[in-house]
Design a protein around this ligand. Structure first.
Ligand SMILES: [Zn+2]
Length: 264
């Protein structure tokens, strides 16, 4: 899928999680719901950091371009080192290491640990990166014509405002993990969810997604998970724009109302 569909599916997934949490007796305060949805929308672009042309690789100028090169190299090396006989040879790392459940878990745990031990600057940093990505993903066309600096300013200011909203007592920093010293521990959850939703979205497209790695399937360790061939579509096709996008909107909207206790 392309950037906007990935981001929208990420936001919708967190809103669904909010509705489920409310039904399970752990309703999210509104800042947790809103910030989580935006983080998840941004995190749903993150796996494509292994591709030069992807939104995330262009989002932070030379810094993200350099990081993209490093990640692509690591992913390609991991592919070559762990491929079994059934895995085809390949020339780059796109859709390998960063498109697995293990990578999602690694990023989520890393960000939770950073938020818990790193204090407010770590939280602001995580928010800044994901807000910039959310703006790039959700306002795709608009963000493309405006300058990078403008998007960064928007990301920084929204990170600042949202971190402030979360920080007030009862407003979400201690959602789900309520013990002292566990503030912001939940912040890794939308990051894991966003990465997994990205992988599922890619799995629906023609090439599939090796989400299970390193668990082998038959003669392949990088087994491309996906539905039967006739159910798959090309990235950016009409299915994505005309069918999936409206579905994500309706699903997200209904879930948000459920999460906030308006319906349900
Ligand atoms: Zn991808």
């Amino acid at each position: 899928m392309m950037g906007p569909a990935h981001s929208l599916s990420g936001a919708a997934a967190w809103l669904v999680a909010g509705a489920v949490a409310a039904a399970a007796g752990h309703p999210m305060p509104w800042p947790t719901l809103v910030v989580g949805a935006l983080i998840c929308a941004g995190a749903a672009l993150a796996p494509d950091l292994d591709h030069k042309a992807a939104t995330i690789s262009r989002a932070f100028g030379p810094f993200s371009r350099a990081l993209c090169g490093i990640i692509d190299g690591i992913a390609h090396a991991a592919y070559k080192a762990t491929r079994k006989k059934g895995d085809p040879r390949r020339s780059g790392g796109h859709r390998t290491l960063t498109h697995t459940w293990l990578w999602a878990a690694f990023l989520g745990c890393g960000c939770s640990a950073a938020a818990v031990f790193g204090g407010c600057w770590a939280v602001l940093g995580i928010l800044f990166v994901h807000m910039v990505l959310a703006v790039e993903g959700l306002l795709w066309r608009q963000a493309r014509v405006s300058s990078d600096v403008l998007v960064w300013l928007l990301g920084a200011s929204s990170a600042w405002v949202l971190a402030d909203a979360l920080d007030d007592p009862g407003n979400g920093k201690d959602w789900l993990f309520t013990q002292p010293g566990q503030h912001y521990m939940w912040i890794g959850m939308p990051i894991v969810l966003g990465a997994l939703v990205h992988c599922l979205g890619d799995a629906l497209t023609v090439s599939g997604c090796p989400i299970l790695w390193p668990i082998p399937v038959g003669r392949k360790r990088w087994y491309p998970v996906g539905p039967p061939k006739f159910m798959r579509f090309r990235a950016g096709s009409w299915v994505e724009v005309k069918v999936l996008t409206p579905v994500f909107f309706v699903l997200g909207g209904a879930s948000a109302l459920g999460a906030l206790g308006v319906i349900g």
